[in-house]
Design a protein around this ligand. Structure first.
Ligand code: SF4
Ligand code: SF4
Length: 602
């Protein structure tokens, strides 16, 4: 039984930044992201470290492991740290900066600064040798680690077709270690600097432990320059410590590795084919067949490494491509001095150990078998019971509704990721709210003509849908709508009488500026207004009756006082008592003080 490969994770989710938009899930070419508790997590076993999600996440929530501290640690510890700078660097820099970047790297503490193109040449030559040894074979170039990972995981049966040549980074790393360990007693560290996130994963493969100690992206390098306040343009001009051979400086461009290996570069010859971007890469690998005599050069990033995910986002890929070509032409013009010609350089071959590579299939676990019934259940839950409801639009990121349903069952996707379904759901909810609202809702167009009315509105204003298209003045006073339409008021809230319909309404009118429409929400308050009037009348009547009753009682009290010969003071005391009983202060019209005013001397 094949031994399971160690799981290497370089891309992860920063939960604090994730806003659950699921964009990463839609763009991930191999669907290596699963949703858990609404958040999108990278599944390391499935991830090929292509960096698409890192590039596309609008919140910066998909991140990759940073190794800047590790590299600075090597330098602080006094290790002999060498930089292997990927050839795509030329795409980032102006010609003046290209001449200064070696000096800038030395300022950071690197003691040997070289171009990975040196290793790219050796890797290309090895590839050409292997292809030439089997001219009728099918050869898939293996310099792009994302492609290698994709083949091993998703088309494992094609793993054998990968050219068993070390990538430029690995070839150069081994070379630098062999050469520099010959020169120093210090621990030699090799740091690859480039545009690629997958190179971090490649460097972590156990079989590459002898090649590269850390990988920095250009993004990390820029961060480091900023931390040290190093501006390329202020650095001294200086050469790299090695010069690459052949045409290897074009390696980061589509077609570059074929050119560097000096193979047939005529794309119409039928013996070579270049592909970039996920879909082309997938297709080229799917169509690769043992014995077809074709060398294919797949690069996962569109147009090659000059468009890698660790590149700063500014500038177009074609500008970067042109800069690489100009730099390569300028450097080629300077010629190449073979190391063997230098005094004391020895046999250069001994400094190029390990130009081979080994790849092993790493197929994804298929998981439990999924039945048609399960798929049908997901279809039903998302309103796709009928074949014509399955649009296969790809908006969810899956190629078909069926693929998406399978992902839902496997726990990678959620039903709500289907845009047409969510839209239908939202429309249905909105319709339901409008249909069942007890308040009248009318929507007018820019010319205050009726677009739609809900049932409550039609009942209030005793009309039918046939009035759609008519001006609102046909039904009611248009003035509040005109005020909003003219921009005098953004919104009008008022109570209005619609005498024609026997209605008193509280109404709110507002605009939908984007749609150039106006909405009226009409609340029928006729009954509560009538109730209020009735209550007011009842209260007045009650107060009046209380007055009459009290007057009557007071008169009796005064008469009784006279009859029994009580003094005026005693009579007034009696009235005071009645006032108290009347509950002074409890009556809205000033309480029972009228009693006191009328019948006492106070
Ligand atoms: S790095 Fe690539 S494969 Fe990995 S989760 Fe992101 S998009 Fe998917
Ligand atoms: S094309 Fe280049 S930058 Fe992109 S994944 Fe492959 S090696 Fe990395």
């Amino acid at each position: 039984m094949e031994e399971k490969k160690p799981v290497i994770q370089v891309v992860y989710t920063n939960k604090a930044h994730c806003r659950d938009c699921h964009r990463c899930l839609r763009v991930c070419p191999v669907k290596a992201i699963r949703l858990r508790d609404g958040q999108a997590y990278v599944v390391p076993e499935r991830c090929i470290a292509c960096g698409t999600c890192v590039r596309e996440c609008p919140q910066g929530a998909k991140q990759y492991i940073r190794e800047l501290d590790k590299v600075r640690g090597y330098i602080d510890a006094g290790d002999f740290v060498a930089a292997s700078l990927a050839p795509s660097f030329a795409g980032l820099c102006t010609p003046a900066e290209q001449k200064r970047i070696a000096g800038a790297l030395r300022r950071l503490g690197f003691r040997f600064v070289a171009e990975t193109a040196t290793g790219a040449y050796r890797s290309a030559v090895k590839t050409a040798e292997l292809a030439a040894a089997d001219p009728s074979g099918c050869h898939i170039c293996s310099s792009c680690p994302t492609v290698v990972s994709y083949v091993e995981k998703y088309q494992p049966e094609k793993t054998d077709l990968l050219v068993k040549a070390a990538s430029p980074m690995v070839a150069h790393g081994r070379h630098l270690k062999a050469m520099l360990e010959d020169r120093t007693d210090a621990t030699v560290r090799v740091v690859f600097i480039g545009p690629c996130i997958a190179k971090k994963a490649e460097a972590m493969r156990p079989e590459n432990a002898d090649a590269v100690d850390a990988v920095l992206t250009y993004e990390e390098l820029t961060e480091w320059f900023d931390l040290e306040d190093i501006k390329l343009i202020n650095c001294e001009e200086s050469r790299f410590d090695e010069r690459p051979e052949g045409e290897a400086r074009r390696y980061p461009l589509l077609g570059g590795s074929i050119r560097a290996s000096a193979m047939d570069t005529d794309i119409l010859s039928g013996s070579v084919v270049s592909a970039s971007g996920f879909h082309e890469v997938r297709d080229i690998i799917e169509s690769a067949k043992a014995g077809n005599g074709v060398v294919s050069e797949p690069m996962f990033c569109r147009q090659g490494c000059v468009n890698g995910p660790g590149m700063p986002k500014e500038g177009s890929v074609y500008e970067r491509r042109q800069r690489v070509l100009d730099y390569a032409a300028a450097e080629d013009a300077l010629g190449f001095e073979a190391p063997a010609k230098r005094a004391g350089a020895g046999d250069p071959a001994r400094f190029w150990p390990g130009l081979g590579a080994a790849f092993t299939p790493d197929p994804m676990e298929v998981g439990e078998e999924i039945t048609e019934e399960q798929i049908q259940l997901v279809f039903e839950s998302t309103g796709k019971s009928l074949p014509e409801d399955r649009l296969d639009c790809g908006a969810c990121g899956y190629d078909s509704c069926r693929d998406k349903a399978i992902a839902v069952i496997r726990g990678y996707a959620e039903p709500e990721m289907c845009m047409p379904y969510v839209k239908r759901l939202a429309e249905r909810r909105t319709d339901k709210i409008l249909e069942t609202s007890p308040n009248g809702i009318v929507i007018l167009d820019n010319n205050l003509r009726i677009i739609s009315m809900n049932p409550a509105f039609r009942t209030l204003f005793m009309c039918t849908e046939s009035l759609c298209g008519k001006h609102i003045s046909y039904l009611m006073d248009p003035e509040p709508f005109e005020q909003v339409a003219s921009g005098i008021h953004p919104q009008v809230a008022m109570t209005a009488n619609h005498a024609r319909y026997g209605l008193t309404c509280f109404q709110i009118i507002y605009a939908l500026p984007k749609d150039k429409q106006y909405v009226g929400i009409i609340v029928d308050v006729t009954k509560s207004q009538a109730n209020k009037q009735k209550l007011d009348q009842l209260r007045e009547k009650t107060i009046d009756q209380a007055r009459q009753l009290m007057e009557h009682q007071i008169r009796i009290a005064q008469t009784m006082a006279k009859l029994i010969g009580e003094s005026t003071a005693q009579g007034e005391a009696l009235v005071e008592r009645l006032v108290e009983l009347a509950g002074e202060g409890n009556v809205d019209d000033g309480g029972a003080s009228w009693l006191r005013d009328m019948y006492t001397t106070k």
